[in-house]
Design a protein around this ligand. Structure first.
Ligand code: TNX
Length: 768
């Protein structure tokens, strides 16, 4: 029997009729051993699998089990009638007295929600993310039918966007284009240097005047107009808009989101929907994690094996034809999350779809680590060609077949790195880079930034490779850190030939050194001033201040801290709450409360200097997809946290973050948090539901508390409808509404329902 387990399995032999072995990465096999005497039909046998750490999350349990029989070892039979039983024993999640992270009970939720006030809609900022300034003016603008939309040169797309936004409000009306209309123009807003700054005026007489520093700025202004418009009601066409003057510009030029489609694939339609979401909330950089150990998701002309082998996963005893199961993809190569890739024309469509929404696609090609899909695909290509005697068999080979290095990646791979000592490695990179650039050219959207990975080369890699040793001798390189510099020097040179700037994870600009015997990352002097952009994710332990040290040293930096902006982290510790937990539990307020310029908490670590601050170009949230085996899970982990990201990345530095005195900062923060949660519950999410239905964002469970024998109920996003039952059943759309305290003496089950009647997570309390 085979299975995957992202959390790893303890392989210490245990007594019993089965033996567990690790095949590669976190892919395991269980085999009957000598003491196995067979199973009669209907008979059961127990296998104990020990996880080396406290698991906490059911999402980390074994997944994708299947069976293969010795008589026919190449065929796997999926086991679908299995379940992960809920964790019920404290030792499954409790680390003991030092464990300060609570399980989130309905009572804890109640206390957390209690700081949120229910605010009237009129008191909320009418646009999300919060604009720099909003001045309400007297009067209202009324349209009874579709207004005329006039745009200056270069604004054809924005005129079309304005039409898309306005049309649903005038269904059934005759387009008489009443005055006043909508005027879109590009003109320099002197008050703001940002090319994304816009000014939006709504006036009873002059209509809507939207001026931006660029077409992109005008598009953002239209998103603001969309937020100002009421939810379209086809039965009552027409629009009444209050007069307002808005001046707005983003805090950060880089407002990004990274999607990993390598670990588990997402179809093109889901990528489009993500881009729609990003555009709504003015996020402008889509970092597309297209390759990793477990998948290569972009067709590259000339290298059919990359997708033919590297984009497919299924049961196999070797990687000659496709990769092996990972993250629960099971034995079947048709699994839609294990297998899948974007063809050249799919990719062109994605790039164009993004460009239309003023979003830059930054593709990522992972190297030299996290590259197993490419390494195995190129090894298989080599073997095929070598068999037929081709002189070019080694042309694109990525690994040194004589490599005896001993290393292990965080995902437990031992054979997943590109080798810097092979000329063919550079031939491969050169080919891929030029093909990706070519796809962008075909899309009519030139590639400007390419993310070249640089994540987590495990200690020990390359060290016993004859090819790398020969390189070191030739070039006079004394250690792996120097080989690393050599490698990225060459990669950078290739990128430059295509006019591309290199981006990478922090290690692109970091040097691994030893401090009193332990590893430490310092800013790498070699590449300062090269124009690299570093995405710094590690803010754990003594890397807490790494992002600031990089920026202070002169590296252009994007903040992507794992504790606050990694959306594969679960919202909380509860075992059944989806997601993982290696960095943190990341609830909505963990994202909302992130202070980009002052997040280091431990005394003695570095802060951000004024010089460093200029190098921080923005924020990025990521979604790594080890546990994202459906579009539903993707939506759930993404939203509404993406809204908190958008607010932090776009809105000006909030007052609470600038206040040095914690006593004064606290009430300011609480007020801002109330405003944000009320905006979500009353404006932003209902609007999203109406205009882009089907985004299955997380609707958190209500908070519950018993007081004077009554059940008090509250919620994180005021504005939802709270319904309850007293018979133990899950509430539905016709269950009683919890308007005030619930006094029934019963087990009370409560859930929130959003504007589309979708039920959120359920809370329960015993009031008998
Ligand atoms: C770390 S952060 C990784 C990824 C994993 C992720 C899971 C980074 C650049 N590398 O390879 O998918 O953690 O959270």
């Amino acid at each position: 029997m085979y299975f995957n387990c992202v959390a790893g399995v303890d392989l210490t032999p245990v007594d019993g009729p089965f033996t567990i072995e690790r095949l590669s990465g976190t892919w395991y096999r269980v085999r009957p051993n000598q003491s196995f005497i067979g199973l009669e039909p209907g008979q059961a046998s127990q296998l104990i699998v020990i996880h080396p750490e406290i698991m906490v999350k059911t999402a980390k349990a074994p997944v994708g089990p299947y069976i293969a029989f010795d008589a026919n070892p190449k065929t796997g039979y999926s086991i679908t009638d299995y379940e992960t039983v809920p964790f019920t024993r404290a030792e499954q999640w409790d680390h003991g007295p030092k464990d300060l992270t609570p399980i989130i009970t309905p009572e804890v939720t109640y206390e957390r929600n209690a700081v949120i006030s229910d605010l009237p809609i009129d008191s909320l900022p009418p646009v999300f993310p919060t604009p720099s300034t909003v001045e309400h003016r007297p009067g209202v603008l009324m349209w009874t039918s579709m207004p005329s939309i006039v745009g200056g040169p270069g604004l054809e797309r924005e005129v079309a966007l304005a039409e898309v936004i306005l049309k649903p409000h005038f269904v059934g009306t005759v387009a008489s284009h009443p005055l006043p209309g909508i005027h879109l123009t590009i003109a320099t807003k002197k008050w703001q240097a940002s090319p994304e700054a816009y000014q939006l005026d709504i006036d009873a007489v002059k209509g809507v005047t939207l001026t931006g520093n660029s077409a992109q700025a005008v598009a953002w202004g239209l998103q603001s107009l969309r937020e100002l418009l009421p939810v379209p009601t086809p039965a009552k066409p027409g629009v009444i808009l209050k007069s307002v003057h808005i001046e707005d510009a983003p805090r950060f030029p880089y407002r990004g989101f990274q999607l990993d489609v390598a670990r588990n694939f997402q179809p093109k339609a889901q990528v489009f929907r993500l881009l729609d979401l990003m555009a709504r909330y003015k996020l402008n950089k889509f970092h597309f994690h297209l390759t990793d150990d477990e998948g290569w998701r972009l067709e590259i002309p000339g290298l059919p094996e990359l997708t033919g082998i590297g984009a497919r996963r299924g049961h196999a005893l070797d990687t000659g034809e496709h990769l092996q199961p990972a993250y629960g993809s099971g034995p079947d190569v048709r699994d839609p999350y294990g297998s899948g890739f974007y063809s050249g024309s799919d990719y062109i469509e994605i790039v164009q779809y993004a460009a239309k929404r003023h979003i830059e696609v930054i593709p990522e090609i992972e190297m030299p680590g996290h590259a197993r899909a490419a390494v195995k695909a190129m090894e298989s290509r080599y073997r095929q060609l070598a068999k037929s005697g081709s002189p070019n068999a080694r042309q694109f080979l990525l690994n040194d077949l004589q490599d005896r290095s001993v290393y292990k990646s965080p995902q437990l791979y031992t054979d997943h790195v590109m080798n810097p000592g092979l000329a063919s490695t550079y031939t491969f990179i050169q080919h891929v880079v030029s093909q990706v650039a070519q796809l962008h050219r075909k899309a009519g959207v030139p590639l400007r930034n390419l993310h070249v990975g640089a994540d987590e080369l495990p200690t020990g890699a390359w060290e016993k490779s004859p090819a790398t040793r020969a390189l070191m001798k030739r070039e006079g390189l004394v250690n792996t850190a120097e080989v690393w510099d050599y490698f990225y020097n060459r990669v950078d040179a290739m990128l430059r030939k295509h006019g591309l700037a290199a981006s990478g994870w922090e290690e692109l600009g970091a040097r691994k050194v030893k401090l009193r015997g332990t590893d430490k990352l310092i800013p790498n002097p070699t590449f300062v001033g090269r124009g690299f952009t570093l995405y710094v994710w590690n803010n754990l332990d003594d890397a807490e201040d790494l992002a600031y040290r990089m920026a202070n040293a002169g590296y252009r930096t994007v903040l992507a801290p794992a504790t606050n902006l990694y959306f594969d982290m679960a919202y909380n510790k509860n075992p059944d709450e989806p997601g993982v937990n290696w960095a943190a539990y990341t609830d909505l307020d963990t994202v909302f409360s992130f202070v980009p310029f002052n997040f280091v908490r431990t005394p003695g670590r570095d802060g951000l200097t004024d010089y460093g601050q200029k190098n921080v170009i923005g924020l990025e949230a990521t979604l790594f997809s080890e546990t994202v085996r459906s579009s539903e899970v993707m939506d759930y982990l993404l939203m509404p946290r993406m809204l908190a990201l958008a607010e932090r990345a776009w809105a000006t530095d909030p007052a609470w973050a600038q206040e040095a005195d914690p006593e004064k900062a606290k009430p300011l923060y609480t007020q801002a948090w109330s405003v944000f949660t009320n905006q979500l519950g009353k404006l932003v999410l209902p609007k999203l539901n109406a205009e882009l239905p089907g985004v299955l964002y997380r609707i958190p469970p209500p908070g519950l508390k018993i007081q004077n024998q009554q059940v008090l109920v509250n919620h994180q996003t005021p504005g939802v409808t709270l319904r309850y039952t007293t018979d133990g059943a899950q509430p539905n759309g016709s269950s009683a509404i919890a308007r005030a305290a619930i006094s029934e003496k019963a087990i009370v089950t409560v859930a929130a329902f959003d504007s589309l009647g979708r039920r959120g997570r359920v809370s329960r309390i015993d009031n008998r």
